[in-house]
Design a protein around this ligand. Structure first.
Ligand code: AMP
Length: 278
């Protein structure tokens, strides 16, 4: 496995692979790699000739009061995981943007709902960084987790709107045996908080079960979910259209239920399908 830090070197690596007719797959991450990230690598590996994983903790997507400085970092463990999963290139840019970089990518209205309410600049930062990464790595296919469902919807929309020549693939959420969705931020939780964190997936499952037995009204489903949550604050618990991410009042066809909640100072998110596909 090669390690590269300079965007220009990665662009040249990628151009050389493309000239040989090789198919390039890409998994962008912020590091502190876990089974969720590994699942995306495993998903792409058989589909491509060259696999790139990037690690970049993107300052544009953190507000000044958020955890940019404290975000978990484990360069040695990450490199070992990439090697073990058969990545061809680990791209770790110290910086993605030229000095005095001004450009921002916005994807209204997908970036004005759910997580954007409490983190208004977050998805502008994500979309801008992912655009830049796609431009450098020039992959044929890039894989993102459904764990960050709103992010996946926004990237898909950006790629379609701007006609970027890449296929965006979504990988399923990887969970601990007790249901907690894997996240680098789970490392912030104390054992007692970790136990309460399972209530996010429990709430989603309770809502799925109620929808399955015929409850269609979102107000009633939300009550069931809120009752199951054992958290310090609920940022949102919403049932939305899976494409537009706009809230729905009743479940008809397949919707998405998404939750964000705080336990102590740690903010956790999760989501699940709700209702049957038509
Ligand atoms: P992050 O390092 O948190 O920015 O995540 C990098 C990629 O891994 C994103 O596409 C995430 O959606 C994905 N990811 C993170 N956690 C999980 C998980 N538990 N299951 C599946 N994908 C995940």
């Amino acid at each position: 496995m090669q390690h590269l830090a300079e965007p220009s070197q990665v662009a040249a690596w990628s151009a050389a692979a493309r000239e040989q007719g090789l198919r390039i797959g890409f998994v962008p991450t912020m590091g502190a790699l876990h089974e969720g990230h590994r699942s995306l690598v495993r998903r792409l590996r058989p589909q491509v000739d060259r696999l790139v994983l990037s690690i970049y903790v993107n300052p544009l997507q953190f507000a000044p009061h958020e955890d940019f400085g404290a975000y978990p970092r484990d360069p040695t463990g990450d490199a070992a995981i990439c090697e073990a999963e058969g990545c061809d290139l680990l791209f770790q840019p110290p910086e993605l943007y030229p000095p005095d970089f001004r450009t921002r990518i916005q994807v209204p209205t997908l970036d004005q709902t759910l997580c954007s309410v409490s983190r208004p600049h977050f998805f502008t930062g994500v979309a801008t960084a992912v655009f830049r990464l796609l431009q450098i790595v020039q992959p044929h296919i890039a894989c993102f987790g459904e764990k960050d469902y709103q992010q996946l919807a926004i990237i898909r929309r950006m790629v379609a709107d701007l006609g970027l020549p890449v296929h965006i693939d979504g990988g399923p959420i990887i969970r601990e045996p007790d249901g907690l969705a894997l996240s680098s931020r789970n490392a912030y939780l104390s054992p007692a908080q970790r136990a309460r964190a399972t209530s996010l997936s429990r709430a989603l499952r309770a809502m799925q079960a109620a929808a399955h037995t015929g409850e269609r009204q979102v107000a009633a489903l939300r009550e069931i979910g809120l009752h199951a949550l054992d958290v310090d604050a609920v940022d949102y618990l919403e049932v939305v259209n899976p494409h537009t991410l706009q809230p729905v009042q009743a479940v008809h066809g397949e919707c998405r239920v998404a939750v964000a909640a705080r336990i102590g100072t740690t903010r956790l998110i999760d989501n699940a399908p709700l209702g049957e596909p038509t």
